[in-house]
Ligand binder design. Structure first.
Ligand code: ATP
Ligand code: MG
Length: 418
């Protein structure tokens, strides 16, 4: 992509009414636009990153055999009445509205009720189980506090997966697979070494739910970490559990964190009131045993922003960067500089390397500042001086390290950089 064509521009200052670090940085870099508190639009750069995060989750869900679908955001009231969650007194984050004929409907904040209702048409016998489905979809929640930028939106993206099994034993097998998938997701996102498998309250059919908590100083949660096994305990449980549930280590360190995902057993919490049953091997009717598995692509994008950025701007891991390479052309009026930049842009594009090419007629300082702010992993500067030396200067955004690379080694260097 040519930067001269990019529809967003960077800004020097953040917004006065935006208190979060992540939203302000992303707004300054032209990744998102603030519509109102807790509501943000994704601009071309931001959407590329958000889609990459979602795709990593998608690939890992597909690998464990879950099937993608897309449920509606407009929701029928009836299943929610049956499950007991329609009332605002029980479930207080609803956005509700009315059809022209007066019928009340809800805007989806989660999808247990509609999916369980839908699965009644598809699960009949034990032969139909186990099965699982997921979606990557916009959710609406009337959050009381929406002060953490895209880490707590009133409209946000969620990957929600649901599993359907015969019984608890069959459920556990899928649950273990989901754990592995989740650890792959966080590793691929570049935050695996800061994300703790955390014991929390909130399980319906088990004592605990499991959260994936990523360390971040501006995080809303507090966890107690065992650094031996990357397991933690949520603050709400610390009076109950005083040692690492995994290795019994008593040295737990208190830290701030963000819940980027959570998984837990639902058991028959929804299949019972909504009547999701199957016929077992002996012909008996049983309720389907469920699990649910959430992950927040937009919250995770905010978290990556918060923890990896530096005083100059964003710093993206290659896996989620909007582009891998930023070609920054200095003194574009120089014919050789222009030709070389165009040639490189062309070669990279043809080889499937994602490149942002700063072909704008702007000062070098401005281009470098913008490049740092946008945070693309590799910057290649094309300047008269560099060309005289017969080498390209490549700078790693993450640590500022500079490499001087000959043209014939350039593609190899970029391909190997991950
Ligand atoms: P929290 O306790 O932080 O409100 P939650 O328990 O309500 O989270 P779930 O309903 O299980 O979260 O949602 C699954 C995932 O969706 C969360 O782990 C998180 O990554 C993401 N998520 C939840 N609420 C929001 C939000 N308001 N904005 C952005 N992402 C969210
Ligand atoms: Mg919540």
């Amino acid at each position: 992509m040519r930067q001269s064509m990019l529809l967003t521009k960077t800004r020097k200052e953040g917004l006065k009414d935006e208190v979060s670090k992540n939203a302000n940085l992303l707004i300054r870099a032209g990744f998102i636009n603030k519509e109102m508190a807790g509501v943000y639009s994704y601009l071309p750069l931001g959407l590329r990153t958000l889609n990459k995060i979602s795709n990593i989750a998608r690939e890992e869900m597909n690998k464990i055999g879950s099937q993608e679908l897309l449920l509606t955001a407009l929701q029928d009231k009836e299943p929610w009445v049956k499950s007991g969650r329609w009332s605002d007194d029980v479930y207080d984050i609803w956005f509700k509205t009315k059809l022209k004929n007066g019928t009340e409907i809800g805007l989806g904040s989660t999808h247990e009720e509609p999916l369980v209702t839908l699965m009644k048409n598809h699960i009949r016998s034990y032969k139909d189980l186990p099965v699982s489905a997921y979606q990557i979809q916009t959710k609406f929640r009337n959050e009381v506090r929406a002060k953490a930028g895209i880490m707590r939106g009133r409209e946000f993206l969620m990957k929600d997966m649901y599993s359907f099994s015969k019984d608890e034993k069959e459920h556990e097998i899928f649950y273990e697979k989901a754990k592995v998938a989740y650890s792959h997701i966080f590793k691929r996102l570049g935050i695996g070494d800061r994300t703790y498998f955390t014991y929390a309250l909130g399980g319906t059919f088990s004592k605990y739910s499991h959260e994936y908590q990523t360390l971040a100083i501006n995080g809303e949660d507090t966890i107690y970490c065992c650094d031996e096994c990357m397991v933690a305990i949520n603050k709400e449980l610390i009076d109950e559990i005083k040692e690492c549930p995994s290795c019994k280590n008593k040295k737990l360190i208190e830290r701030k964190s963000v819940e980027v995902g959570n998984i837990f057993k639902l058991g028959i919490k929804y299949s019972e009131p909504l009547g999701l049953i199957y016929i077992d091997e002996k012909g008996a009717k049983k309720f389907v045993f469920m699990g649910c598995y959430g992950f927040g692509p937009s919250r995770t994008m905010g978290t990556i922003t918060e923890i990896l950025s530096d005083e100059k701007g964003l710093v993206w891991p290659v896996s989620v960067a909007p582009f891998k390479v930023h070609i920054v052309e200095i003194s574009s009026e120089n014919k050789k500089v222009r030709e070389t930049s165009e040639k490189l842009y062309d070669i990279f594009t043809k080889n499937g390397v994602e490149v942002l090419y700063d072909d704008r007629d702007a000062r070098a300082g401005e281009k470098f500042n913008d490049s740092d702010l946008i945070g693309i992993p590799l910057r290649i500067v094309i300047s008269e001086k560099g060309l005289e030396k017969g080498e390209f200067e490549i700078k790693q955004r993450i640590d500022g390290k500079v490499f001087n690379i000959k043209e014939k080694e350039l593609m190899d260097f970029v391909n190997k950089y991950n």
